[in-house]
Design a protein around this ligand. Structure first.
Ligand code: ZN
Ligand code: ZN
Length: 337
């Protein structure tokens, strides 16, 4: 029998009591599940996440955009999007740095992905809006597009046009999600900071309590860029990592899309009311929030899609004095909002 030293991730996988610290994106389902969920949310089928008729149209457009992401994702190869070599992986691990760091040089293929996304949308979801965005973005010089990509990756909204940014973000998501899906778990170190993606260093979009297997009942933060999910204990701020002043805000029950009421729950309640699919986890140490979804209550919950659709909760929690800890890749606001 050949003996060898087990990598950390392999040791974890041998310990059936260990919490899986990281869930890399599943290549066959991440965009498919997201598009399907966006469609159901757009159709107002998800109880607890009411969607207004005006916002429903935007969610349908985003569902078509995610379909286009999926169509391109399956065509990518390692020639398009080379993975870091073993030396780079080892260096990143030694320094506890994300192996697909957002600030590293990125393959130019993402601009080709952007072109293909917009071209597909003009066929599958044609509108004067899409034609206008396509004309604007596809007319830009590569250097300008690269600077817009930098602004999206670092969430510097002052350099971005809100109508353009979701499409740039979507192209970058395809590239990073593809690369992340090809990594091996032991290649990804645990970062000192728990609030950034260990795969790429981006902020999470939202968090989700997962069910099934070893992840049962544990809370994961989903990366806004590469869709990796990393473990963070429950009842802890995903922005400042304090745990003393956490509460949960949700829409009052049976409200429609014009709801103006939120309900506050303390952590003792475990945020466990099955009627509540969407909650904001607020922190009175840093006065920010991120949303948390519970797969125990809705199996098909998808953090990025559900976070986008529950915009009403953002409005009310923001009015209550909390700032969103980080933006949403498919919905950007200008400086004035
Ligand atoms: Zn990531
Ligand atoms: Zn906090």
């Amino acid at each position: 029998m050949v003996q060898r030293i087990l990598e950390r991730g392999e040791i974890e996988s041998l310990d059936h009591n260990a919490i899986p610290r990281l869930r890399l994106p599943a290549a066959d389902s991440v965009f498919k599940a997201r598009a399907a969920r966006l469609r159901r949310l757009a159709a107002n089928e998800i109880k607890g996440t009411p969607v207004s008729p005006e916002f429903s149209g935007y969610l349908s457009l985003m569902a078509a955009l995610v379909d286009a992401q999926q169509a391109i994702f399956v065509t990518l190869t390692s020639d398009d999007a080379p993975l870091p070599d073993q030396a780079a992986i080892a260096l990143a691990r030694e320094h506890a740095m994300p192996p697909l760091l957002i600030s590293a040089e990125r393959p130019a293929i993402w601009r080709n992905i952007l072109t293909r996304l917009l071209t597909q949308l003009q066929t599958t979801h044609p509108s004067p809006y899409i034609t206008a965005i396509s004309t604007e973005l596809l007319g830009l010089e590569p250097a300008v597009l690269e600077s817009l990509a930098d602004a999206v990756l670092t969430q510097r909204t002052e350099f971005l046009t809100p109508s353009q940014a979701p499409f740039i973000a979507a192209a970058l998501q395809v590239l990073w999600t593809w690369q992340a899906s090809k990594l091996n778990l032991p290649d990804v170190p645990t970062l000192e900071i728990g609030t950034l993606c260990p795969v790429c260093g981006s902020h999470p979009v939202a968090s989700v309590i997962r069910i099934g297997g070893q992840s049962q009942g544990y809370r994961y933060l989903q990366c806004s860029l590469c869709a990796s999910e990393w473990h963070m204990v429950r009842v802890k701020c995903s922005h400042c990592e304090q745990n003393g002043k956490i509460a949960y805000q949700s829409l009052a029950p049976d409200d429609d899309a014009t709801s103006t009421t939120i309900i506050t729950e303390k952590p003792e309640n475990k945020a466990n009311d099955p009627q509540k699919v969407a909650r904001a986890e607020t922190c009175d140490d840093c006065y920010t929030y991120r949303k948390i979804f519970n797969q125990e209550h809705d199996y098909d919950v998808e953090p990025l899609a559900d976070d986008l659709a529950s915009l009403m909760l953002d409005v009310l929690v923001t009015e209550a004095g909390y700032a969103r800890a980080s933006g949403h890749p498919l919905l950007w606001f200008g400086e004035s909002i």
